[in-house]
Every structure is written in structure tokens, then in C-alpha cells.
Design a protein around this ligand. Sequence first.
Ligand SMILES: NC(=O)c1ccc[n+]([C@@H]2O[C@H](COP(=O)([O-])OP(=O)(O)OC[C@H]3O[C@@H](n4cnc5c(N)ncnc54)[C@H](OP(=O)(O)O)[C@@H]3O)[C@@H](O)[C@H]2O)c1
Length: 331
Amino acid sequence: MTYVARKERYDTMKYNYCGNSGLKISAISLGLWHNFGDANSHENSRTMIRRAFDLGITHFDLANNYGPPPGSAEVNFGRILRDDFKGYRDEIVISTKAGYRMWPGPYGDFASKKYLVASIDQSLKRMGLDYVDIFYHHRPDEMTPLEETMGALDGIVRQGKALYIGLSNYKPDQAKKAFAILTALGTPCLIHQPRYSMLDRWIEDGLLTLLEDAGVGCIAFSPLGKGMLTNRYLYGVPEDSRAASQSTFLKSEDITENLILKVAMLNKIAEQRKQSMAQLALAWVLRNKQMTSVLIGASKVSQIDDCVGALQRLDFTVEELDAIDRILENH
Ligand SMILES: NC(=O)c1ccc[n+]([C@@H]2O[C@H](COP(=O)([O-])OP(=O)(O)OC[C@H]3O[C@@H](n4cnc5c(N)ncnc54)[C@H](OP(=O)(O)O)[C@@H]3O)[C@@H](O)[C@H]2O)c1
């Protein structure tokens, strides 16, 4: 059946300006790192994208290597765009990235102009797009001069293959230098994509202040700690979970007794706030005024519904924040 987006999709979602730019991004964005590759059910992937858009999520985040196999998330997303979203391209912000290993040899990885230009062309082809909204350099590279990488990103924007540039996983000192080069070239950095959650607070040590000063937006990836900051593992490791799949990035061994103790205590605070654990974790990330969006992953439509529900209660009392800090520090 032809997909027609829900009329009310913009009624309850929150949209934040991305740094000093004129681009607004939904406070919840959906990432396609897991669950959108060839190894996954295409119907489930398609249903999740449709539901996300119906709930007002306008931003979908990809990378050249998402799958498995690498590249298949872009191919599958392109198919969904063609099948269901023909009239909606101008309502959607699509990002992709390059920086990790994508093809064999010295030009399939890291940060050279040779790699970045080839990678954006490949991504556009896989998704069937003329341009992406945001093109990211996925990770910093000590060996390539920043001038070369930023020059390549600026060139990609000038060629119309991306509207904006983002950087991911750059530490504050690297980000500061990169922002200065991009600004001098006339393509200021739009957004930074760091990992940030209750389990990993490194961006509070300098990066958030830098982003505020530079007018660059921030989108936090893995805000649910890859699923650990939800009710997913409170009573064991479910068979259909990411940890059970023993992925390189989350293994059942990571679900320690100490983690579960901590999450159970946080979950009590969530219950008092009439929220799910996932909703508490997302609201907590969004409490930072520099935070443009939280970039979630999902394996089921019900998880997207639950996550979007976080927006119903974003405020925190000082007592709640203190109680959360104590749990995170002491356990
Ligand atoms: N720039 C980078 O280097 C980088 C790195 C990593 C990720 N990312 C981006 O960030 C996105 C999100 O990363 P992530 O998937 O690790 O994020 P996450 O939101 O921390 O974790 C997502 C996982 O949490 C579980 N989940 C989600 N909502 C839930 C809910 N309401 N209740 C219970 N469980 C729930 C699901 O686990 P199950 O699958 O077990 O159901 C889901 O797959 C990626 O898709 C990608 O776009 C970027």
C-alpha cells in the first residue's frame, strides 16, 4: 500500500536550531547503524522509518559502512525512500559519513581527499540521492593534515553533494582547529556528533563549551548506551537483543551485575517521573542546552514510540539531577 505520512506528524515533536545555523533538527533522530542492513528484515526497517517520520522524526543518520554488510544500510534506506518517501525528500534531513574502513587498500579508510570524495559519490549512488543534507568526517585522523580533510569537505559542499558539514568523534582541541579551517574556507561546521550518555560523560569536559562558543550544534550518539540504559537488560539478556548478538560493540559480558544495579536505581527515578528508563536517559541528555538532538537506534517500532515519549517530560529538578549524579558516581 502506498505510504501517506500522518497529518499530525509535526504537532508534538520538538525541533531545535542546530547551533547558529538556520537548520532545525528533530530533538529525536534515528540512526541506521544497526537493524537496517541486509541481515535484517526489510519490512521491519521500512516500518520503523515510516513510524519515525509519522512521529515527527525528520533526521535519519547513516554512514558508508553501516550494514552489515557495509553499505547495505544506505542501499536499503534508498529503497525505502524510493518506495515510500518520493514526495517527502524536502521534509527529511539525511546524513552520512566517511572515516572508517569501507573498501580495500590505502584509499578506503581515514581522511584523505581521495577517500572522502570517492565515498560521498558511492553513498549518493547507494541511496539514489543527488545530495545529502549533512556529510560527516566520521573520526579524526592524526596522519592526514586537517587542511586536506577540511578542504575536501568544503569542496563537497561547493559541488552540491552535501548541504552542510559535520564532524564526529573529534576531541575539543582537534575540533577547535577543524572549525577554524572550515570557517576560513566559508563552510562553517554545522554539527558535532559525539558519544554521550549517562554512561559516558566525556563531552562535559570541554567539548560542550567549545560547541556553544563556536555556534556548532551537537547530536549525541548512543544516548541509551547501546541499549544498556533501558529496561532491556534489567531481567537478563533477551535473545533478540544487541548484547545477545555478541556484536563487536556490545556483548553479553558487558551486562554486568554492577550495571544492572545502577540501571535499576535509575529506573526507580524514571518511575517516580512516570517515565520509562529509556525516556529518562534521553531527557537527561537533552537537558544540555547545546544538545540539538539525541540520535537513537531501534530494533522495533515500539522502541521508537517509547523514545519519542521522552519529550513529554524534559524538565528535571535539582534534586533529581543530584540523585542521578550520585548513582552514576557511586556505583
Ligand atoms: N558517529 C559515530 O561514531 C557513531 C557511533 C555509534 C552510533 N552512531 C549513530 O548513533 C545511532 C544510535 O546508536 P545506538 O544504536 O548505539 O544508540 P542507542 O540509542 O544508545 O541504542 C539503541 C538500542 O537500544 C535499544 N532501545 C532503543 N530504544 C529502546 C527502548 N525505548 N526501550 C528498550 N530498548 C531500547 C535497542 O536495542 P536492541 O537492538 O537490543 O533492541 C536499540 O538497538 C546509530 O544508529 C548511528 O547513527 C554514530
